[in-house]
Structures are given as structure tokens and as C-alpha cells.
Design a protein around this ligand. Structure first.
Ligand SMILES: C[S@@+](CC[C@H](N)C(=O)[O-])C[C@H]1O[C@@H](n2cnc3c(N)ncnc32)[C@H](O)[C@@H]1O
Length: 778
């Protein structure tokens, strides 16, 4: 066959004959995947075609250009560009495709596309999609032509096939082009075909990259149905499913397929799968994301396969894998840390991701090594200025988590400082800014902190950022900035209308200076207005009263003051000589709480500290007889550790009470109380209804410190994976309840699930009703 084709080749004669012969052999080579590249007859033919380029008619020139793309010869395209006018638009678009295959053809490609764009003639779906593909390949983003191609395709949708559409969507996404409604129409049209794996993954990748829902659901269902045939495209599909926030169940099915194939996928897919699971429901690498898809089995295989193929891992893949582990509280085995440390090449963003992940996983010694390695490379340090705002916030947060003193990691500290000095315009991520502000204070970068306050302090601040800035100003003793921040805070922003109403109600229904009347007014407000407030009322208040009665405390610490309801109860109990210190991170509600306390006449005994527990607790002085944890449950364990780190904060026989340890739950904290090797606490779990939603069960933990027992600073509590998983689920539920409504029935289901799962994981702390706990206390 090969002989027959080559023997029949003309090298002289008509140009037309030559073009046809060249084209046929090239076709034959491509489709048979055979090469005649070295055959002298083919080489003769090719040389004679190149010599005679000027003799070809336009259609022949296109055929010759196409035939020669594999050989890297530009001549045919060059001649065509010199004779632009002679070619039809279709021929120009095909020549464009040829030039996109050839090296150093950018200028020829541009001339061809400019001519196509000038003519404004409609292209067929095949030509339009090929031209879009060529533009993507050449990274040539000519808006006008792209609009034209999009219009041509939309006008001829019924003549497009799945391949044209997939190619076009992919190309548009590569060039970040496309308005959402048009992309949706193209994707919907594509979804009507039975797309093979490659095209399906192209469409999904495009929708994910352009963040257009389009026909995402249909295409993802199609991907699920194709299942194992997808193989190499699976991670692409999962990546898109995460970007497009598809349903959890569908994501789970697709993740299941990835799990099955994991061992056989190229390593680059491991990074994409890890990224997709961590980013699911969020927005990519962002420490403030609130979701993720946590499947322990998938994480375990990701870890195993990565460890087995560690030699192939790149910094990008590892950054994604570690970010995924950190986001999902997966304590990975130590094997992968040295692999990451050993890599020579690492982009600044990957370094930021890795350091944030290692800080979150509390791998301080690895983190120290990583930061030191970059610190020693001046070039790497200067490249950190390329980081985006939230990435620099992550890096400074990990730096701060090591508590480096002024002498350590000086170059990195200077890089943070320099980054902050740049204007923050367009950085709207207030949580990222809050993290940066807190880190600057910890790193004692006072000037940088001041720059940040001056730049963002006048904005409409979210509670977290307002709290970070105010408490930073307090810690740095910057009274002027503290005052200006308070001034800039709206006294009654719309989100605190209930709390503002409550203050007015207390002021009008309770006599000034009457603490008991103020307490009764809060309860009356909740019941008569049928407004749910996140306060410890009802049976929870009764339990607190019993604790106060049994312990007769003089000094009480509360974390999570809110509007001051429980602070009033504590204040009334320690009158006249005791002290209550209540910590609240939201400055607006803290200010309302201060007014409630003042109205009740308790300002001499109750101090409301504005700031995050992490910053305020180390500044307090003990000893505290009763500690009430009513902040976010995922902080309980860390705040407990903070209480131990500063000697003298806990009284010899302190009582530690924590609310909501079942709903949404604080599994790590409960596990720690049970397993603490110093056996410091004796704990009971009081099972009682949540205030304001009597049908939902909750637990309050009450722990008595065993006198004379000492805390072993280095003692480590091993936490089983089931408890990490529940901790992650509790946090996810907490965020869900903040962002949307969770019905009592759903809460009840969740509380039931949490209880049975904790018991199954080995929780043995006694669960009692409130009367039994009261008896135990006395
Ligand atoms: C459930 S409310 C407290 C209710 C209050 N103890 C009562 O019963 O009247 C929780 C409060 O804790 C605050 N908070 C959450 N995490 C915190 C933290 N880490 N430090 C300080 N306050 C925090 C929240 O802003 C919220 O106002």
C-alpha cells in the first residue's frame, strides 16, 4: 500500500496534480498514522511543492498548507497571506487553522484573522469552531472576531454537531470569552448530543472555567452515566463539578468514580481531584470557604497513591493535595512533607497554599522548615509581591502562627510589610483582610497594621474585620485609630435590628439598675416577639443558675457575650465584689451588650472585651472560677488550650461549661475532655432542649477541674478520624445555619446523627438530664 501510494507520486507536471498528490499522501499518513517523512519520494514531492507555491490556485494552496503542517513548513501560508484577496473566507479560516499548527506563525495568523474579521462573512459551524480553536491555541483574543464566531454558531445551531460545540466552548473558555446567556445556549445545544468522553469533558471544563451553569447538570449527569469510559477526563469533570457547585449527591457519585480509578490516573489528576474536593461549594483556594466534600476513603487513597508516586509530584499537585487535606481536617501521614520540601521549583501561590495548609494542620516544625527555605532565597522572597491579597493574608497568617520574633524570618516579614504598603483597591474579601490584620498584630508589624486600618477602616466593615481592626488597635495601644474605627461603625446596622430592638425593649421594660428585671425583659422579649435570639435561656439558663449556686464564683469568664444575656446572669450572681469578663468578637453587638449591662447597673462587675478569643484570652488575668464557652464550637478546644498556656487563668477547682456541644457540636472538644492524659476534668453532658426551639435536643457540657491535677503541656490526645470527620461536619452545619435557614426538623435529624455518631466513635462521657447534673454538682 505504502509503495503504491509513493510510486504514484508526480514530482513534475501540473501544479493541481501536485497539490492533490501531496494532500492525499498527508491524509493517508495522518489517518493511517504511518509516516513517510524520510522517504526520498515524499521529500522530493514536498520540495517541489514548496518551490512552486506561487503556481497553486487558492484552494490548492489551502490543501498544500494543510498537507505541510506536520512538516513545519510555512511557505504555503506565507504565500496565501500575500494573496489574501484571492481566498474565500472559508479558505482563510482553514489557513488560520494550518498556521495555528506551525511554529512562529503568530503574525501570519493575525493577518489571516484580521482579514476574516474585516469581511464579516458568515462561517460554517465547522469553520467557526476550527477558527475559535486556532485562536485559543494561538492565545489570540480578538473580541470582534470572537463575537462574530459566537454569532455565526448561534445562528446555525441546528447545523452544529456536538464536536463543533465542544470545541468552541473549550476555545472560548481558554480565551475567557463569552457572555453567559450565549454560552448557556451553546452548552444546551451540546447537551442534546451523546458526547464522547473528550468532548464532554471539554464542555464541562469550559462551563467550569467560565463559571456558567448552562447545561452543567445535564452534562454532569451524562458524565456520571458514562462513568468508567471517562477515565482520563474524570478529574476534569470533577473539577468542573466543584466550580459549578453541583448537588452534593452528584458530586459524590463523580468523586466515587475518581476513587475507583485513582491508582491508574496520571499524577496531575491527583491535584485536580484534591482541589475539586476542597473547593466544592467554595471559591477555590480561600481560607474562608465554607464547604468541601470530605470522603475519608477518597482522602486515604489520595494520600496513598501520592505517597507511592511521590517522585512524579510537582509543587502544584502537592499544594492542591495539602490544601485539600487542611481544608478537610485530614491529618496526613508525614511522608509527603519532605517531598514538598525537596522540590526546587515552587511558585509563590503554591508556597502560600502550602504554608497555610501546614499551619492549619498544625505541622509547625515542617512549616518552620518551609518558611526558612524560602527566607534563604532572595529571589523567591521578592516573587512574593506577585501574590494576590488573600494569598498574602494566608502566608502572613502562617508566619504569625509560628510566633517568630523580630530576628527570625526577617525577609518574609519585610515582604508582608511591603505587600501591605501597596494600595488595597479592589480587595473586597473582608475575611482575608481580617486574617491579615490579625497576623500583622501578632507579627508586631505595627506600621503595616496602621496602613491597613487607614486604608480599609472607613469602609462598611463586616463584624470579623471590624473586630480584628478594633482589637488590633487596642493591643497596639493605638487609641486614635481605635476611636476612629468605633466612630466609623454604624451603631445599628440592618443585620443587628433584632439586637437593637432588644436593647430598646430592655430599656423600656426594666427599671434602670435592676439586673433581675433586665434578665426578665430579655426572656419576655424573646417570648412575646417570637424572635429567636442565640442566647442561653430556658433550661440552659436554669443549669447555669444551678452551676452558679453550687460554685459561688467570684470571677467568671465568658467567651461569646452576644447581647449580654448570660453576662447579666453572671453579673447578678457575683455582685457586689465579683468580676465577669465577657469576650465578644462582633463590635456592634458588643456595644449593645455594654448598653444592656449599663442599663442593668452591672457595669462595675461586667466587662465586655471586644475581640476574638484568640487575641483577648492571653491578655486576661485569672483565676476564673467558672468559664462559659458559648462561642463557635470549633474554637472550644483551641480556646481551652489558650487558657492553659497562660498560667493562673484557671482556678484550682474551676468549672468549665460549654454550650451547643451536640448541635451543631464540638466533637474534638468532647474527645479531648474524655481522653486528656492529665485527667484534668470530670465531665457530665446535660441533655436538654435548645432555647427557643424546644423540639431540638442539645447538650451542655459541665466539667469540674480536679483539684491538684496538673496540665501536661506536651501531652497529645490522639483523635480518631471519625471525630475529625464529625468536627468537620459540625462546622459545615454551623456555616449552613448562618447562611441559610435550617428547619427544626433538620436540626433534630442532625442532632440525632451527631449523638449516635459520637457514641459509635467511642464517646463515653455520661449523658444525664438536667436534674442529675444539678445533683452531681452539689
Ligand atoms: C451564642 S452567642 C452567645 C450568647 C450569650 N452567651 C448568651 O447566652 O447570652 C455566640 C457569640 O459568640 C461570638 N463569638 C463567636 N466566636 C467568637 C470568638 N472566637 N471570640 C469571641 N466571640 C466569639 C459571636 O459573635 C456571638 O455573638
Amino acid at each position: 500500500m505504502r509503495r503504491r501510494v509513493l510510486d504514484a507520486l508526480p514530482t513534475a507536471g501540473q501544479a493541481e496534480e501536485l497539490a492533490v498528490a501531496l494532500h492525499s499522501v498527508a491524509r493517508w499518513q495522518r489517518y493511517r498514522k504511518t509516516s513517510v517523512a524520510e522517504d526520498p519520494r515524499w521529500l522530493d514531492l514536498r520540495a517541489s511543492a514548496l518551490r512552486r507555491c506561487w503556481e497553486f490556485r487558492p484552494s490548492e494552496l489551502v490543501a498544500v498548507a494543510w498537507a505541510l503542517t506536520d512538516t513545519g513548513a510555512l511557505e504555503a501560508v506565507q504565500v496565501a497571506v500575500e494573496r489574501l484577496e484571492e481566498h474565500s473566507t472559508r479558505e482563510l479560516s482553514r489557513l488560520g487553522w494550518c498556521s495555528a499548527q506551525l511554529p512562529h506563525c503568530q503574525h501570519l495568523f493575525q493577518q489571516l484573522t484580521t482579514e476574516i474579521s474585516r469581511r464579516r462573512q458568515r462561517l460554517s459551524p465547522l469553520d467557526a469552531s476550527q477558527l475559535a480553536w486556532s485562536m485559543a491555541r494561538m492565545e489570540y483574543r480578538c473580541e470582534q472576531l470572537l463575537w462574530q464566531l459566537q454569532g455565526d454558531l448561534l445562528h446555525q445551531l441546528h447545523h452544529c454537531d456536538g464536536r463543533h460545540l465542544a470545541n468552541t466552548l473549550w476555545s472560548f473558555a481558554k480565551l475567557s470569552f463569552g457572555d453567559a446567556p450565549s454560552i448557556c445556549r451553546l452548552a444546551r445545544a451540546a447537551a442534546t448530543y451523546h458526547l464522547p468522553a473528550r468532548e464532554l469533558s471539554q464542555c464541562l471544563w469550559a462551563l467550569g472555567a467560565l463559571a456558567v451553569q448552562g447545561a452543567a447538570e445535564e452534562l454532569l449527569q451524562m458524565a456520571k452515566a458514562q462513568g468508567s469510559q471517562l477515565s482520563g477526563q474524570l478529574s476534569n469533570v470533577l473539577w468542573s463539578a466543584a466550580r459549578l457547585s453541583c448537588g452534593r449527591e452528584l458530586f459524590g457519585d463523580l468523586a466515587g468514580l475518581c476513587k475507583e480509578k485513582m491508582e491508574h490516573l496520571p499524577v496531575v489528576h491527583l491535584g485536580a481531584i484534591a482541589w475539586a474536593c476542597a473547593a466544592f461549594g467554595g471559591q477555590g483556594f480561600n481560607p474562608n470557604k465554607r464547604s468541601g466534600y470530605r470522603d475519608p476513603e477518597l482522602l486515604r487513597s489520595l494520600e496513598m497513591v501520592s505517597a507511592e508516586r511521590h517522585a512524579e509530584l510537582t509543587s502544584r499537585i502537592l499544594a492542591n493535595i495539602f490544601w485539600s487535606f487542611a481544608t478537610m481536617l485530614w491529618s496526613s501521614s508525614p511522608q509527603l512533607y519532605p517531598v514538598a520540601l525537596g522540590l526546587k521549583e515552587m511558585q509563590p501561590q503554591e508556597f502560600a497554599m502550602l504554608s497555610w495548609s501546614w499551619a492549619t494542620l498544625e505541622q509547625k516544625s515542617w512549616l518552620q522548615k518551609l518558611l526558612t527555605k524560602v527566607e534563604e532565597d532572595e529571589q523567591k522572597v521578592s516573587s512574593l509581591q506577585l501574590l494576590k491579597g488573600h494569598e498574602m493574608a494566608c502566608l502572613s497568617w502562617s508566619l504569625a502562627s509560628l510566633h517568630p520574633n523580630h530576628q527570625q524570618l526577617r525577609r518574609l516579614r519585610a515582604a508582608v510589610q511591603q505587600h501591605v504598603a501597596r494600595p488595597k483597591r479592589g480587595w473586597n474579601d473582608q475575611r482575608g483582610l481580617a486574617m491579615l490584620a490579625r497576623s500583622l498584630v501578632k507579627l508586631q508589624l505595627g506600621v503595616a497594621f496602621q496602613t491597613l486600618v487607614d486604608e480599609v477602616g472607613h469602609q462598611d466593615l463586616a463584624p470579623d474585620l471590624a473586630s480584628a481592626l478594633i482589637s488590633g488597635a487596642v493591643q497596639l495601644k493605638d487609641a486614635r485609630r481605635e476611636a476612629s474605627l468605633w466612630e466609623a461603625l454604624p451603631s445599628a446596622p440592618p443585620r443587628t435590628w433584632r439586637e437593637t430592638e432588644l436593647l430598646r425593649f430592655v430599656q423600656s421594660h426594666a427599671a434602670q439598675g435592676d439586673a433581675q428585671a433586665a434578665l426578665a425583659a430579655v426572656e419576655e422579649f424573646c417570648s412575646t416577639r417570637r424572635l429567636w435570639l442565640k442566647v442561653a435561656g430556658g433550661q440552659k439558663a436554669q443549669l447555669l443558675d444551678a452551676i452558679l449556686g453550687a460554685t459561688r464564683p467570684m470571677r467568671i469568664l465568658e467567651v461569646g457575650c452576644y447581647v449580654g444575656f448570660s453576662a447579666l446572669r453572671f453579673g447578678a450572681a457575683v455582685l457586689p465584689r465579683g468580676q465577669v469578663h465577657s469576650v465578644e468578637m462582633d463590635p456592634t453587638v458588643a456595644r449593645l451588650a455594654q448598653q444592656v449591662v449599663q442599663h442593668a447597673g452591672l457595669q462595675q462587675v461586667v466587662t465586655v472585651h471586644v475581640g476574638h478569643s484568640e487575641e483577648v484570652l492571653p491578655q486576661l488575668c485569672g483565676p476564673f472560677d467558672v468559664i462559659f464557652f458559648d462561642q463557635r464550637g470549633s474554637r472550644f478546644l483551641k480556646d481551652l488550650q489558650l487558657l492553659f498556656q497562660k498560667p493562673g487563668l484557671l482556678a484550682e477547682e474551676a468549672v468549665l461549661v460549654a454550650d451547643n456541644v451536640l448541635k451543631p457540636g464540638a466533637p474534638s472538644f468532647l474527645w479531648h475532655l474524655q481522653e486528656d492524659p492529665s485527667q484534668l476534668w470530670e465531665t457530665r453532658l446535660a441533655e436538654l432542649p435548645d432555647f427557643g426551639s424546644s423540639r431540638v435536643l442539645d447538650w451542655m457540657s459541665v466539667s469540674r477541674k480536679r483539684a491538684k491535677k496538673m496540665w501536661c503541656a506536651g501531652a497529645h490526645v490522639v483523635q480518631p478520624e471519625e471525630i475529625s470527620h464529625l468536627t468537620w461536619q459540625a462546622d459545615e452545619m454551623r456555616w449552613r445555619s448562618i447562611e441559610s435557614h435550617v428547619s427544626p426538623a433538620e436540626w433534630n435529624r442532625f442532632a440525632g446523627y451527631m449523638k449516635s455518631s459520637l457514641l459509635a466513635a467511642g464517646l463515653r462521657l455520661p449523658i444525664q438530664d438536667i436534674e442529675d447534673v444539678k445533683t452531681w454538682l452539689t
